[in-house]
Write a protein that binds this ligand. Structure first.
Ligand SMILES: Cc1cc2nc3c(=O)[nH]c(=O)nc-3n(C[C@H](O)[C@H](O)[C@H](O)COP(=O)(O)OP(=O)(O)OC[C@H]3O[C@@H](n4cnc5c(N)ncnc54)[C@H](O)[C@@H]3O)c2cc1C
Ligand code: SF4
Length: 461
């Protein structure tokens, strides 16, 4: 074994997987996981833990994998994370725990994410669940939204003995984990639903089809329904568009709509009641994880798929692994390219996307080199579908129906990082609703901070 290199992980063949929705990464088996864990040198001052937003005791759980004590490894992870099978699959480990791993200085970092996923999958397959509270404390907390922020906050509060109810607007719990991230990266039945079941097994109730701000307000929850505190984890689901001519044409989608139709409404399934348009040639505008997910979904639905991104490969905000997988599967990257108009035929259907070539100038406020238009470089890519993946912002419904809840100029709820405390007494918030679109683990970290804040608040009352 070369200790400088990761134990390779098995994956579905690129050609095969480009035509199915089954999970791409097949994960480690026990032998491979124990072998990978052997590479960890159990650092005294473990940098990996500093890189983890929820401070999982990484050397502790990796040591138990090394010894083959998988139940103990699961217990250690569960002390800090309610959703390890999910985080092991979708966290940007390369810029968090693995990015800080000492092993990574001379060789390749320990595959912490793949080990976390292995342990969580093993626990699920062996029916092992996290431990709940011994006694209830009689206090009620409402959590709005069942994404990673809400689920984590609810799980942590239930473990402390609170009576927690999650109110979810959609008909299924999970937030972006069910409606955004596709099946081929994050299986819904076997992984997401099972981790949500674990949160429910702690005593958390989930009421779906309840839009807070319409069906009930936060003030009503607190004044009429007896909730002692509220945590808002309502995410950032409002899509942005470019504002260019032709965006109203038939065949233009936001990535959120496209992915929701595919993931939540099972539009990729031929027998679905809500089938999606199968484009022949699709352009996805944007370069983040969401753009990669939309492009790889369109590809699996049979389209020639292009990513249209205005900067170069170096600036692509998506995870390196996702870009690598997308390329392997045959996604075409049109880089340094920016759309200026969407062209439609006489019936109003998309028939092309007019673009300009870009070059990189001086760095802008974000530190990335600013893309500048190359004069006279207009050209047309013929496509029948355009998917806009330019980011999202929080929906203002909750803030506009809750007096005293301050938001910033981007409509993000103002809340302190350490406790999730908002400007309204008894109301806490975290995740994308506060930060704008970010990551699963940051939302989980904010859920934990919110639980801590609510516990301190209700303990002092
Ligand atoms: C396609 C896609 C791919 C992504 N890939 C990755 C990835 O690989 N790795 C990663 O770390 N992150 C990824 N992200 C980002 C990550 O998923 C989010 O940052 C994270 O889910 C935010 O969690 P949250 O709990 O704050 O919000 P969400 O997951 O958005 O959950 C919010 C929930 O609140 C509900 N809600 C909203 N308003 C109301 C209301 N008024 N009443 C009741 N319920 C309401 C929503 O229906 C939703 O279920 C991706 C995001 C998308 C869209
Ligand atoms: S930094 Fe890397 S080698 Fe050190 S304990 Fe963490 S995972 Fe192991």
């Amino acid at each position: 074994m070369d200790v400088l290199k990761k134990v390779p992980v098995r994956e579905q063949d690129a050609k095969e997987r480009a035509a199915n929705f089954k999970e791409v990464c097949l994960g480690y088996n026990k032998e491979e996981a124990m072998c990978e864990a052997e590479r960890c040198i159990n650092c005294k001052n473990a940098q990996c833990v500093k890189g983890c937003p929820v401070s999982i005791n990484i050397p502790g759980f990796v040591e138990q994998v090394k010894l083959g004590n998988l139940e103990e490894a699961y217990k250690i992870i569960s002390e800090s994370s309610a959703l390890p099978a999910i985080c092991g699959r979708v966290c940007p480990q390369e810029s968090q725990c693995e990015g800080k791993c000492i092993r990574g200085i001379k060789g390749e970092a320990i595959s912490i994410g793949k080990l976390e996923r292995f342990v969580a999958d093993w626990a699920r397959e062996n029916g092992i669940k996290p431990e709940g509270a011994k006694e209830k404390n009689g206090k009620k907390v409402a959590v709005i939204g069942s994404g990673p922020a809400g689920l984590t906050c609810a799980g942590d509060l239930a473990k402390l003995g609170y009576d927690v109810t999650i109110f979810e607007a959609l008909h299924e719990a999970g937030g972006v984990l069910v409606y955004g991230i596709p099946e081929f990266r994050l299986p819904k039945e076997d992984v997401v639903k099972k981790e949500i079941e674990n949160v429910k097994s702690l005593g958390v109730k989930i009421e779906t089809n309840v839009v807070v701000g319409k069906a009930v307000t936060i003030d009503e929850l607190m004044e009429e329904e007896g909730f002692d505190a509220v945590f808002i984890g309502s995410g950032a689901g409002l899509p942005k568009f470019m504002g260019i001519p032709g965006e109203q044409a038939n065949g233009v989608f936001s990535a959120n709509e496209y992915l929701t139709r595919s993931n939540l409404m099972k539009a990729f399934d031929e027998n679905s009641n809500t089938p999606i348009m199968h484009g022949k040639k699709v352009a996805v505008v944007g370069g983040g994880n969401v753009a990669m997910d939309a492009a790889r979904t369109a590809l699996r639905l049979g389209a020639e798929t292009h990513i249209v991104y205005r900067r170069s490969e170096e600036e692509l905000p998506a995870r390196v692994e996702e870009v690598h997988h997308a390329k392997e599967e045959g996604i075409i990257f049109d880089l340094l390219t920016n759309p200026v108009e969407i062209l439609a035929d006489e019936n109003g259907w998309v028939c092309g996307i007019k673009c300009v070539r870009m070059e990189l100038g001086e760095p802008d406020a974000s530190g990335r080199r600013r893309p500048v238009v190359v004069e006279g470089s207009e050209f047309v890519i013929e496509v029948d579908t355009v998917i806009m993946s330019l980011g999202t912002s929080p929906n203002p419904l909750i803030s506009s129906t809750t007096e005293g809840l301050e938001v910033n100029k981007w409509k993000c709820i103002v809340a302190d990082e350490e406790h999730g405390k908002t400007t309204k007494e008894g109301v806490y918030a975290g995740g994308d609703a506060v930060t704008g679109a970010a990551t699963v683990i940051l939302a989980m970290g904010a859920g934990k901070a919110g639980a801590k804040g609510i516990h301190e608040y209700l303990s002092s009352k």
